[in-house]
Design a binder for this molecule. Sequence first.
Ligand SMILES: Nc1ncnc2c1ncn2[C@@H]1O[C@H](COP(=O)(O)OP(=O)(O)OP(=O)(O)O)[C@@H](O)[C@H]1O
Ligand SMILES: [Mg+2]
Length: 407
Amino acid sequence: MFAFLTWNSSPIRVLLVEDSVCDAMLVREAFRESQVETEIVHVERLSKTLEQLAHANFDVVILDLGLPDSRGIDTLINVRRVAPEVPIVVLTGINDESLSMGSLEHGAQDYLVKNLMEGDLLVHSICHAIERHQLHKQLNQQLIQARQQQIENQKLESLAMLAGGIAHDFNELLTVIIRKAEMACQKATISPFVKETLEQIKSTGNQAAELCKQLLDYSGKGGRVLLLYDLSTVIEEMAPAFKQSLPHNITVEYQLIKPLPHVLADITQVRHLVMKLVQNAAEAIGRVQGIITISTSVVHADRKYLEKTLLGANLPESDYVCLEVTDTGCGMDSSIQTHAFEPFFSTKNSSRGLGLAAVHGIVRTCKGTMEIISEKGKGSTFSILFPCSVTGTAAHSVTKEAYEIKL
Ligand SMILES: Nc1ncnc2c1ncn2[C@@H]1O[C@H](COP(=O)(O)OP(=O)(O)OP(=O)(O)O)[C@@H](O)[C@H]1O
Ligand SMILES: [Mg+2]
């Protein structure tokens, strides 16, 4: 029994193109003896081959190049034109090197000569040709996915640079406006009307500054003080704020591992990230009863897992501290998931679409990665992976300066 059968339990659908009845019987016999399960459709002419390929699916075409209505390499070219996705194994009586090379160049998986290939060897070669073809297809798909991911990352990076540049300049102007309004407010001589107007300027300026902050977080240009933290402790400290601010229809459950390896991060940004994820989770639940689960754990991320995360392509295989925010809300279809982290992408009426963009920037800054698992109508899980810091004590128990890294 061939290895091929261990991963493909259904019968192999073979289109056997052979004008010699005797040779066709030999192929059938070879499959029967090898115990490889097949469904063989036998045709003798090119015209019938093209008809079959137009109407049915096959795992492989075993092709004799010399047919009553077609000869030589043209037979292969015509078959491949109608079935570019099906592996073709040429099985011919002509032992000719240039025809063999030509067949491979025109996309045949293999070129087998009838008299030299019998019984098990023939079946083996055909099964391997199918396997090779499938592996090739998988590799191609992975390559296409990797390229798409790279293009997506480059797009997000240039957006981040642009957004960060604008936000930075805008923030400086806002700082001046807010400061001047504050100074004017302190004057004893101003009328109540002017005071109220100045307060409004301050408050609107602060809202605009908050937007700038989110854009700066997204671009990775936000001011940062990196210290070591135990993420479970950070979440515990935020729990009262969640209890106070979330509506009663939402229950927050915690599954926090303690102690955790420390992560090197800016505490304000990490709190901001958790808030944004919880806020989205609550908005996804809406007014019905729902649960938000916040959990922490340590996961070992291997290459395969990192590749399928959003920012993991260039991260090392290692242990990561994982923060998961799961909700029982409305979930997302795949198109929303594709765009969710883009700045200004929102499906909500009066939202700006900056929450997850900021999360993206913060995770990038921490050299972490993330993944969404979600299905429309079935809730969502956001997993954020932070690199574990190798050594050190959490910032809570040491003086701030000891671990301060100014960037
Ligand atoms: N937990 C979730 N469940 C379902 N959809 C979500 C969830 N989190 C995010 N989304 C989707 O991703 C989109 C982008 O999220 P993001 O937080 O960036 O923006 P927003 O929530 O729309 O606006 P903002 O956060 O600026 O107020 C949302 O509009 C929503 O469609
Ligand atoms: Mg949001």
